[in-house]
Design a protein around this ligand. Structure first.
Ligand SMILES: [Zn+2]
Length: 280
C-alpha cells in the first residue's frame, strides 16, 4: 500500500496519536489509513450510524431525538451566524444535513430553496419525510446529483473532517457557489491537544485542520477564508469562505469585523421554548 500523503502532497510525520500523521508541510493531521468510498458509504447508514454508532459509541442522542432537540441549541445559533454573513440567502445547500432540521428552520425563516445532501438513502428519506423537504440527495459529496447548479450559501456543520478528499470537496464547493455566495463550515480545530482529544476518531475523522491549513486548502480551490472564529463547542471552529476573485478589500474587512463581534452562543429562551413546543 502506498504511503498516505496529506491533501497538500506533504509527507506525514508521527503525531501525538498513533493512527494519525502530521503533515510536515502544512500541519494538517491525516488519518494514516484512509477508508475507501465504499466503506464510508456503508458506515454512514441511518441505522448503523445515526441510530447506532452515534448513540452507542459517541454517546449522542439518536437522529430521532436530535430532530427535536437541535432546535433548542445549535440550529438557531447556526442560523444567526449564517444571517450575519449573508442576509440575502435565497438558495441554501447543506452538506451532511442529517435529519434536515436546519434546512427546515432556514425555510421557515424565508429561504426559498433548500437542498440537503446525506450519504445514505435512508437518512435522506428520513429528512424529506420528517420535515417535508423537497430535495435531500444521497451520496458522498461531491459525488452527488443536485437540482441546482449553484447556491447563495453552502453550509457544512461537522462534515469537512469526514471527507476522503478535502481538496476535491473544496473545489466542488467553489463550483457550486453562486456569484457573491458564502460558505460556512463548522469543523474541529486542532490546537495542539494530546492523544486523548475527543476529535481523534479514526473511524470517521479523516483530516483534522487548524485555522491556517484550512485557509491554505481553500486557497487551492480559489476560495478565501475571510473569517474563522471559535465554535459553539470548544473543539470546533467556524470557517467562512468566499470566492477569492470576487472579494474586495472592504468585503474582506467586513467579514473580519463580523467575526470579532460577539454572537450569542446559546439559543435564547424564546428559541428554546419554540423548540420545546415544536412537534418534531
Ligand atoms: Zn499538508
Amino acid at each position: 500500500m502506498a504511503t498516505q500523503l496529506c491533501w497538500c502532497g506533504g509527507a506525514l510525520a508521527p503525531s501525538v496519536h498513533p493512527e494519525y500523521g502530521t503533515c510536515s508541510v502544512c500541519g494538517t493531521l491525516v488519518l494514516q489509513r484512509l477508508p475507501e468510498s465504499g466503506e464510508l458509504k456503508g458506515y454512514y447508514g441511518i441505522d448503523a450510524y445515526w441510530r447506532g454508532e452515534v448513540v452507542n459509541v459517541s454517546g449522542y442522542p439518536s437522529i430521532d431525538e436530535r430532530a427535536r432537540r437541535d432546535f433548542g441549541d445549535r440550529i438557531p445559533v447556526w442560523w444567526r451566524i449564517l444571517k450575519r454573513y449573508s442576509n440575502s440567502t435565497h438558495s441554501l445547500l447543506e452538506i451532511a444535513c442529517s435529519h434536515g432540521g436546519f434546512l427546515a428552520y432556514a425555510r421557515e425563516q424565508g429561504v426559498n430553496e433548500v437542498v440537503g445532501i446525506e450519504v445514505d438513502e435512508g437518512t435522506c428519506r428520513f429528512a424529506m419525510e420528517h420535515f417535508n423537504l423537497p430535495h435531500v440527495a444521497p451520496g458522498l459529496f461531491p459525488d452527488v446529483s443536485l437540482p441546482r447548479t449553484c447556491f447563495d450559501a453552502i453550509v457544512g456543520f461537522d462534515v469537512f473532517e469526514h471527507f476522503r478528499d478535502p481538496e476535491a470537496a473544496a473545489k466542488a464547493l467553489e463550483r457550486l457557489l453562486a456569484p457573491g455566495g458564502l460558505i460556512l463550515l463548522q469543523t474541529p480545530c486542532y490546537r495542539g491537544e494530546d492523544k486523548a482529544w475527543e476529535q481523534f476518531r479514526p473511524a470517521e475523522h479523516l483530516f483534522l485542520f487548524n485555522e491556517e491549513n484550512i485557509r491554505q486548502l481553500m486557497a487551492r480551490a480559489g476560495l478565501e477564508v475571510t473569517a474563522t472564529f471559535d465554535g459553539m463547542f470548544p473543539d470546533d471552529m467556524y470557517v467562512v469562505c468566499r470566492r477569492a476573485s470576487e472579494l474586495s478589500r472592504s468585503a474582506r474587512m467586513l467579514d473580519q469585523l463580523r467575526a470579532i463581534t460577539p454572537l450569542r452562543r446559546k439559543a435564547t429562551k424564546a428559541e428554546r421554548r419554540a423548540a420545546a413546543a415544536r412537534k418534531g
